[in-house]
Design a protein around this ligand. Sequence first.
Ligand code: HEM
Ligand code: HEM
Length: 528
Amino acid sequence: MVSVLDKRLPVGSAGKEFLRKAFPDHWSFLLGEIALYSLVVLVVTGVYLTFFFDPSMAESPYTGSYVPLQGVMTSEAYASVMHISFDVRGGLLIRQMHHWGALVFVAAIGVHLLRVFFTGAFRRPREVNWTIGVTMFMLALLEGFCGYSLPDDLLSGTGLRTAQGIMLSIPIVGTYLSFFVFGGEFPGDEIIPRLYVAHILLLPGVLLALVALHLTFVIYHKHTQWARPGRTNRNVIGKPFFPQYTAKSVGLLFTVGGVLALMGALMQINPIWTFGPYRPDKVSIDSQPDWYVGFLEGALRLTPAAETDVAGHTIVWDVFLPGVVLPTALFVILYSYPFFERWITGPMPEQHLCDRPRDQPTRTALGVAAVSAYAILLLAGGQDVIALVFRIPLEVITYTLRTALFLVPFLSYHATKRACLGLQAADRRRLLEGLATAEVRQNTDGGYQQARTLLPSAEAYRILVRAEPRPRAHGTEVWRWFRKHRLRNALSRWYFGERVEMPATSWQRRRVEAVRAGPGEADETGES
Ligand code: HEM
Ligand code: HEM
């Protein structure tokens, strides 16, 4: 069969080259794969759910097997999810796997994004793949929100109401947008069928196409690797794709599937029967969105009320800023980050070695500050739960979190930058002083000294091989004073200005050159 195909298609040669591709090993490179495999679980479980889900908002009295709701008017959508949960064989398990899968999927993407950010894996030539990643991240959030809205229970209706409020807050076009999306007044009877098409066809279609493109780029650019003797900016050292890497990756697929099955079987999620079907006149005070929308909910809760009337239009700042400006700003920053860093770095060759976060103090500090701001907004999303559990007045929590939102990122930025520089200084000390041994030596004056050995070459290599962008001073003496260059130079000084210089004695450079030129490890395949 293989030879028949081989004679007709270029599978043999292309396949052989692909199967021998080297993939470097590191646990942090598994995060992208966890995202990939939870997406596989989502597609498989999602297809099963489509067999039973009915995306209709037509209402009728509930007649299913959950006794407390019998006779209550519900939509067909709600009744079908109740049917999946109580009557379909394995329905609740698959539904819970689907929901847990969604939570794990977005979490894996988030942590994968942070890995790529902190190791600088978005630098040339991977900027485009970063951009594709950010688009997938946005689509994943939308996909999760659409899915969460499908069961038409009180929680999903509350979420949709919030989304409509955010749409309405957009000046001038808000009302038209809301009418367009909902097909008239909220909630109408169009929104669930529309979200359904988006959820099972449109968004997964685009998402899967982008995942394919993303992985093609990973193969085309080759994967980044951590600096180790033999690993340079011009080669890739790792396990061949087949059989070693494939075996590991298939193992991970089964692990992700198994863990999600266990979670679906053992941990209840989104029990829609506790809150009942959505009714526009009812609001659930317990409602919490899925975790990945929590930061928006938190931002809405923390922003103080403020309105402005402009030419007969009311701008509701406390909804517009957190609901529209914040997510837009987040994605604009994410999209432009690699290009911003490149702009202040100036021309650099391709970068295939991962940065150690400590070697880029400003980038690492900015990342930690952003994560801390995100964590505070997420906490604010559950401010009512915190008030209830710890019996603290809601206002106290709100004011504390408002202050923390400004203070904590500022402090984390400076603390992280100091910590990175401190770690660089510790590296420098280890390079200069070597490692302490168990031997104690007596000198000619009778004093005692602990003997030291040179730092092992692998470790010296890791410390010394680092990308070394310097603050830029663009242009000639005259041009440098032009505003464009002044801003760029100032940003470059702030970004790259602080670093601990490593000793560059000739013996150390020679050692690095020696290991750099040396062969890779015996069990691994190198590829230029
Ligand atoms: C990125 C991928 C996906 C995410 C993040 C996601 C997320 C979700 C979430 C959170 C729910 C609510 C579950 C609940 O009832 O508790 C849901 C429902 C649903 N999803 Fe997805 N989903 C994804 C992909 C898919 C795909 C590919 C399909 C089908 C081809 C699908 C079909 C469905 C159906 C039919 C429902 C309604 C049934 C129900 O709520 O139990 N999903 N989805
Ligand atoms: C559906 C979501 C995603 C999937 C399934 C996915 C999958 C993967 C996989 C399997 C890899 C190779 C292994 C690894 O480095 O972890 C990878 C690499 C990469 N991903 Fe993603 N990813 C997703 C989202 C993102 C996002 C949100 C970003 C950034 C904004 C991103 C940026 C990158 C980059 C730059 C690489 C190359 C890294 C390197 O060579 O070191 N990806 N992705």
